[in-house]
Design a protein around this ligand. Structure first.
Ligand SMILES: Nc1ncnc2c1ncn2[C@@H]1O[C@H](COP(=O)(O)OP(=O)(O)OP(=O)(O)O)[C@@H](O)[C@H]1O
Ligand SMILES: [Mg+2]
Length: 264
């Protein structure tokens, strides 16, 4: 089965910023995919659409066979446990130890108690930070904090891990450690989607690379290296120019309204 399906997804923000334009792709269960592109290309938005933190303006998204639009409010907490999210604006709580930070998502689940605590311990061990379990975030290195974020993302046993710039602010060694942990989780069967600016690491990993430019998917390659050309400023200008052209011809405005006309 597919872990992720995007079908003609558009995301236009209130002030008209186009963060996703007619984006379609599929990610099979167990794949490892990088999402690259210039700043503002729409990487974070794509990941937030995937984890249902953001809803599409039009188009359809399926996660593990479930269409996001159709998930009822009360099903959302269960749905979310299928997806581990690591992103910088969801940082560690400073007034809790690494252990308690990682345990936090377990509290609302039936794994609470000894089973949950053992799971947290196991993950901290797997991330190589069990000896830091009782430390507070300010007492650990950035690399250790990043690994704690990864442990927290995995604690509810998600089948998909979505990481937005997991190596941002890390030195090359710590970045490599985090990348190896992502690869290890992937070997264990977790579908991994990573937005990254780290050209070197993306190229070393040789995985599937999806490139965005001004909200559009401009390249999707297997066993790829960081495609500087596809992610460059020229490509961005080309996409923006084309969009401007279509706007003048009145074809783009149809997209942001299409959901209303479908459901209405
Ligand atoms: N909440 C929002 N409201 C309005 N516009 C937004 C919002 N979030 C993102 N955008 C716009 O959508 C576009 C894509 O943003 P996004 O954060 O997805 O890019 P990115 O590829 O992750 O960039 P970076 O590499 O800098 O993290 C940008 O033009 C941005 O200004
Ligand atoms: Mg981003």
């Amino acid at each position: 089965m597919e872990a992720v399906i995007f079908e003609n997804v558009n995301k236009v923000f209130a002030r008209g910023e186009v963060a996703a334009e007619d984006v379609s792709f599929r990610i099979r269960k167990g794949e490892f995919v990088f999402v690259i592109g210039r700043s503002g290309a729409g990487k974070s938005t794509l990941l937030r659409l995937m984890s249902a933190q953001e809803s599409a303006t039009s188009g359809r998204i399926w996660i593990n066979g479930q269409e996001l639009e159709k998930i009822q409010g009360k099903e959302m907490p269960y749905f979310r446990r299928q997806i581990g999210v690591m992103q910088s604006d969801l940082g560690l709580l400073e007034d809790r130890t690494l252990f308690d930070n990682v345990y936090l998502p377990v509290i609302a689940t039936e794994q609470q108690g000894r089973k949950g605590r053992r799971r947290v311990e196991g993950l901290l061990r797997a991330m190589g930070i069990l000896d830091r379990a009782r430390f507070y975030p300010r007492e650990v290195s950035m690399g250790e904090a990043a690994r704690a974020l990864l442990a927290r993302a995995m604690v509810t046993g998600p089948s998909i891990l979505i990481a937005d710039e997991p190596t941002a602010n890390l030195d090359p060694d710590a970045s490599w450690d985090v990348m190896c942990l992502l690869a290890e989780l992937n070997r264990q069967g977790v579908t991994v989607v990573v937005a990254s600016h780290n050209q070197e690491l993306v190229s070393i990993m040789r995985r599937r690379v999806i490139t965005l430019s001004a909200g559009r998917l401009v390249a999707d390659e297997k066993n790829a290296v960081y495609n500087v050309r596809a992610a460059d400023a020229m490509e961005e200008r080309r996409v923006l120019h084309e969009r401007e052209h279509r706007k003048q011809n009145g074809t783009l405005s149809d997209q942001s309204d299409s959901r209303d006309s479908q459901s209405g």
